[in-house]
Design a protein around this ligand. Structure first.
Ligand SMILES: Cc1cc2nc3c(=O)[nH]c(=O)nc-3n(C[C@H](O)[C@H](O)[C@H](O)COP(=O)(O)OP(=O)(O)OC[C@H]3O[C@@H](n4cnc5c(N)ncnc54)[C@H](O)[C@@H]3O)c2cc1C
Length: 291
């Protein structure tokens, strides 16, 4: 039988920082990823655990100037029920609805998904495409790391051992549209084979342009196709400044198929991922263009 590691449950952030500064410990939020690792069957189990669940400083969804701020302990159920998310970030509500099933959505957190750094983490491409920034904290102070720099390599993050992810900040840009699609073996409890998050701007929120208006600030992020979530920059360039017409969709899908170098693993072949990612992108553009 594996030995259970000792757990510390700080009541506030100052206590959590002091505990982490005194001795390294693995944070636990909802535990839906970490509990699976406790048996030691999939890698080294942690020696000590720091339970974040009582840290109210890591909770809450709020507007913060021209951004929306999501506490690291925000669960998927909270995202789905949040009026602010539904109004300002419906793409995250959509992504949250595809995660696990009700039990996982009640307990699993955004911070856990981000810090776990699985390339199949479903919210990661959304955060990349939305230009999210992660606010990290420790006894040394706070710092902000853009999503584009947060996952440098397979299952690695920008977090130092004594740092916690506090909150996620997503800029709310006028006229920004976002779409999300996850492809798995089934609709619930499925690990993604391909995840696509697409963002663009097509005018201001006050003056929305017709669906045929050219796209700017295009962001295309993919999950489950590489060692980390990635942006498809050549495909973004192929979409930039163009309206969502059939010709644009054909060109973008071709560019993506050529640009992607997907992984081959137990869940899918590289070829499947390439074809599906291109088809998903084509469909998202078609839906946005209304043709
Ligand atoms: C049955 C099942 C289905 C699942 N389905 C999906 C799915 O469809 N899509 C998907 O993306 N994931 C899925 N997962 C994985 C998991 O539920 C998510 O990744 C979830 O968001 C993890 O959050 P958590 O709070 O449970 O993280 P934990 O398990 O508590 O932590 C995960 C990792 O993050 C670290 N961590 C957590 N919070 C912080 C913080 N604030 N600061 C620093 N480090 C932190 C922990 O140390 C640990 O390394 C599934 C898991 C299970 C068991």
């Amino acid at each position: 039988m594996p030995v259970e590691p000792p757990v510390t449950s700080p009541r506030d952030l100052a206590e959590a920082y002091a505990s982490l500064a005194a001795a390294p410990a693995r944070p636990i939020a909802g535990g839906t990823d970490l509990m699976v690792a406790l048996t030691g069957e999939i890698g080294e189990p942690p020696d000590r655990i720091l339970d974040l669940w009582r840290l109210d400083e890591l909770r809450g969804i709020a507007l913060d100037g021209d951004a929306i701020s999501l506490g690291a302990l925000t669960t998927y159920t909270e995202v789905r029920r949040s009026a602010l998310c539904r109004e300002h970030l419906p793409v995250l509500v959509e992504a949250a609805a595809t995660i696990g099933a009700a039990q996982i959505q009640n307990r699993g957190t955004l911070g856990g998904n981000v810090a776990n750094a699985s390339p199949a983490g479903d919210t990661l491409p959304v955060f990349l495409a939305a230009d999210a920034a992660f606010v990290l904290g420790s006894a040394r102070g706070e710092r902000t790391v853009p999503a584009s720099e947060f996952w440098p390599a397979y299952r690695q993050t920008a977090l130092a051992p004594d740092e916690l992810l506090l909150r996620i900040r997503i800029p709310l840009l006028a006229g920004r549209e976002m779409r999300f699609r996850k492809v798995g073996t089934r609709r619930a409890q499925s690990i993604s084979k391909v995840v696509v998050a697409l963002g663009w701007r097509d005018g201001s929120a006050d003056e929305p342009l017709a669906p045929s208006a050219p796209w700017t600030d295009v962001r295309l992020a993919l999950g489950s196709v590489a060692a980390t979530p990635i942006r498809a920059k050549a495909t973004e360039a192929a979409l930039e400044g163009r309206p969502p017409t059939p010709e644009t969709a054909d060109r973008a899908a071709e560019t993506l198929a050529a640009e992607l170098q997907p992984i081959d693993d137990v869940r899918s072949t590289a070829e499947y991922r390439r074809l599906v990612a291109a088809r998903v992108l084509h469909r998202l553009i078609r839906e946005a263009g209304g043709w």
